[in-house]
Design a protein. Structure first.
Length: 113
């Protein structure tokens, strides 16, 4: 694998000594490589700031950003909730996680004079 010489692949958290040896002379150098578990630092929900008519469903997804700058779809790993279940509900049921159902156009709109 000539295109991957010197490319380290992290397998599990821990420390390892990385050594490079010049074959013809046996001269080598080494360094420590520490692998840590990436930690979740933020969650982005898409689509953002959505407007839908009453009675319509909307699928939301959650993308996690980690300390190593990687991202991952975590839609099925988060717990979804709504601030007002009289306006919209959102599912945590496997196969439909993040699926919102608009229930009402909002109580604010119904109480205008």
């Amino acid at each position: 694998m000539s295109g991957s010489k010197g490319l380290a692949n992290s397998v599990d958290a821990g420390s390892a000594t990385i050594t490079a040896t010049y074959t013809s002379t046996g001269i080598s150098g080494s360094t420590e490589l520490t692998v840590t578990d990436a930690e979740l630092v933020s969650i982005e929900i898409t689509p953002a700031d959505t407007i839908i008519p009453s009675g319509i469903i909307q699928q939301f997804s959650a993308t996690g950003t980690y300390t190593d700058s990687s991202t991952q779809d975590i839609t099925d790993s988060v717990t979804w909730s709504t601030s007002d279940s009289e306006v919209a509900t959102i599912s945590n049921v496997s196969g439909s996680t993040g699926l919102a159902n608009s229930v009402d156009a909002g109580r604010r709109n119904h109480h205008r004079n």
